[in-house]
Design a protein around this ligand. Structure first.
Ligand code: KIV
Length: 276
């Protein structure tokens, strides 16, 4: 099945042109109902590979597959009318060669209607980003903490502290030079995020970075309080829907056990009543 991007969605060039302007609002989504809720408020909706941890209970994003991204991408596309849809390339779908990356990025875009892909990595992925952008695939880059690399980074640590600062700055410059239209900065010190934002000509999208970034992104289930397995420091909770759901389900269970539900309003009479 193929899908198409909303006709009125901002293009990656529109997003690029927002550098230094009103901050870009970005959230993740993985399903149609949540996509419909976030769409009116967002510039970019990311079908993140965080779907593996948030919806599928995986311990990391490493087990996410192309098939999962395609299915969730198609679901999100059905809920969008105005935001730019960006889709994550899962671990193992792009690192081998620029050609592998092109094949899988083109497949994700064709099958879901996403207007751009996101992939993780800086200097090491610059050649791949250049290859994709020169072949009509817009790329959102992602540097700093790159969760697909937890096994080499040694966990979900802040990146770019002390002597590591130059590496993260170099990564951001490399993806800018390679043609990315924006770059996610994840879990980097605020001062470094500000320095990168001043140094590159593309919008920086912060997550655990700085209020000075050109935009912000959060995992939607974190900010709605739906994902409660753990709460990263950078994830501000704007609602407690997980708690609300727990209370609602407990009330339902109680009603069932005490025969308070269903009431006559929820059941059907033997005789069809005449329509009024
Ligand atoms: O997968 C994801 O949700 C992400 C965002 C946190 C940037 O990469």
């Amino acid at each position: 099945m193929s899908a198409s991007a909303p006709a009125s969605a901002p293009s990656p060039s529109d997003i690029l042109a927002r550098k230094g302007g009103t901050p870009l609002v970005c959230l993740t989504a993985y399903t149609t109902p949540i996509a419909s809720l976030v769409d009116p408020h967002c510039d970019i909706v990311l079908v993140g590979d965080s779907v593996g941890m948030v919806l599928h209970g995986m311990p990391s994003t490493l087990g996410v597959t192309m098939q999962m991204m395609e299915m969730h991408g198609q679901a999100v596309a059905r809920g969008l009318n105005r935001a730019l849809m960006v889709i994550d390339m899962p671990f193992g779908s792009y690192e081998e060669s620029p050609e592998q990356a092109f094949r899988n990025a083109a497949r994700l875009m064709a099958k879901t209607g996403a207007g751009a892909v996101k992939l993780e990595g800086g200097v090491a992925m610059a050649e791949t980003i250049r290859f994709l952008t020169r072949r009509s695939i817009p790329v959102m880059a992602h540097v700093g903490l790159t969760p697909q690399a937890i096994n080499t980074l040694g966990g979900y640590k802040v990146q770019g502290r002390g002597e590591d600062r130059a590496r993260v700055l170099e990564d951001a410059r490399a993806v800018e030079q390679a043609g990315a239209f924006c770059v996610v900065l994840e879990k980097v010190p605020a001062g470094l995020a500000d320095e990168i934002t001043a140094a590159v000509s593309i919008p920086t999208i912060g997550i655990g970075a700085s209020v000075g970034c050109d935009g912000q992104i959060l995992v939607v289930d974190d900010m709605l309080g739906l994902f409660t397995a753990f709460k990263p420091k950078f994830a501000k909770r704007y609602a407690t829907l997980g708690d609300d759901a727990d209370h609602a389900i407990a009330a339902y269970a109680d009603d069932v056990r005490t025969r308070a539900f269903p009431t006559p309003a929820h059941v059907f009479a033997d005789v069809v009543e005449p329509a009024k």
